[in-house]
Design a binder for this molecule. Structure first.
Ligand code: KIV
Length: 290
C-alpha cells in the first residue's frame, strides 16, 4: 500500500485503507488548533490534523475538555482549515454536541464540516452507535475514539487506563467491532494496555490510531503542545517530547525584554526614516530620547 502523494489532499478513503497488516506505513496524526500550528504540522507531512477538543486544556486554559462548545470547535476548525493543509482535517465533536439527540449530533457534525473539517471524531462505544450511523448516513466520515475517553473524566473518576481486566478488555474489543460495523473510517485507541490495542487492531478492518496504546496500532497521535514541549503540565508517560519550545520561547522573549531595557531595541535598521525636510521641520533633532 503506497502513501498518498505529497501534492494531493489526503482522503478518508486513503486513510481507511491504511492497515499495517496489509503493508501500509503507520498513520501520523497530530493535533492543531489554529492556522500557525496547522501550517507547522502539515509542512511536517502528517496524514491527519486533529482539531482536538484538547484545545480546552492546551490553548484555552481549562482543566478538562468539558468546557468547550461546538462554537469553540467551529472557530478552531475554521482556523486550521485556513492553512489549506494537505493532511485530512478531523474536527472533534465536543461534549454535549452529540449526547442529546441524533438530530443535534448530525447538525453539529455538519457545522464542523462547513467550518472546513473533512471528517469528525467522537468518543464512546456502543451507546454512540445510533449517532455514528446517522452522521455516516449524512455522508460525513466519522472517526471513533475508545478507551480512555477524556469527555468521560467525571464518570471514570479521573484519567485512568481502560481495559485492564479481561472483562473490560472484552467489552472494548466488542465496542471496537461495533464501531467498525457502524461505519467509522478509523478509530483512536487512548490509554489502553498495548496487548488490548493489538487485539483491537487485529479484530477491526479500519485503522487504529493509538495514544498511550502501545506500538501495535496502525498509527499514532500526539498533542502538538506535548510533543513540542509547549504544555504547562507534566506530560503523561506515553508522550515523547521532541523539543522544548516553551523554554526557547521564554528565552527569546527575555532577550527582547533585555534589549528594550538596555535601549538596544529598536536599532536604526529597525526604524522608519523621514526626509531631511521633515527632520528640520520637527526641530532637526536626532530621533529618540537623549
Ligand atoms: O482532543 C484530542 O487531543 C484527542 C486526542 C487525544 C486523540 O482526542
Amino acid at each position: 500500500m503506497s502513501s498518498p502523494t505529497k501534492d494531493r489532499p489526503v482522503t478518508v478513503v486513503e486513510i481507511r485503507g491504511r492497515k499495517r497488516r496489509d503493508g501500509a506505513e503507520p498513520l501520523v496524526m497530530v493535533t492543531a488548533y489554529d492556522e500557525p500550528s496547522a501550517r507547522i504540522v502539515d509542512a511536517a507531512g502528517v496524514d491527519l490534523l486533529l482539531v482536538g477538543d484538547s484545545v480546552a486544556n492546551n490553548v484555552l486554559g481549562y482543566e478538562d475538555t468539558l468546557h468547550v462548545t461546538i462554537d469553540d470547535m467551529v472557530r478552531h476548525t475554521a482556523a486550521v482549515a485556513r492553512a489549506n493543509p494537505r493532511g485530512l482535517v478531523v474536527g472533534d465533536m465536543p461534549w454535549m454536541s452529540y449526547h442529546l439527540t441524533v438530530h443535534d449530533a448530525v447538525r453539529n457534525a455538519a457545522a464542523l464540516v462547513r467550518a472546513g473539517a473533512r471528517a469528525v471524531k467522537l468518543e464512546g462505544g456502543r451507546s454512540r452507535l445510533a449517532v455514528i450511523e446517522a452522521i455516516v448516513a449524512a455522508e460525513i466520515p466519522v472517526m471513533g475514539h475508545l478507551g480512555l475517553t477524556p469527555q468521560s473524566v467525571l464518570a471514570m473518576g479521573g484519567y485512568r487506563v481502560q481495559g485492564k481486566s479481561a472483562d473490560a478488555a472484552g467489552a472494548l474489543l466488542d465496542a471496537a467491532k461495533a464501531l467498525d460495523t457502524a461505519g467509522v473510517f478509523a478509530m483512536v485507541l487512548e490509554g489502553v494496555p498495548d496487548v488490548v490495542a493489538a487485539a483491537v487492531t487485529e479484530a477491526v478492518d479500519v485503522p487504529t490510531i493509538g495514544i498511550g496504546a502501545g506500538a501495535a496500532c496502525d498509527g499514532q497521535v500526539l498533542v502538538f503542545h506535548d510533543l513540542l514541549g509547549l504544555g504547562s503540565r507534566t506530560p503523561p508517560k506515553f508522550v515523547r517530547r521532541y523539543a522544548d519550545l516553551a523554554g526557547l520561547a521564554t528565552s527569546a522573549v527575555a532577550a527582547f525584554a533585555a534589549d528594550v531595557r538596555a535601549g538596544t531595541f529598536p536599532d536604526d535598521t529597525e526604524s522608519y526614516h523621514a526626509s531631511e525636510d521633515l527632520r528640520h521641520a520637527l526641530g532637526g533633532g536626532e530621533p529618540g530620547p537623549g
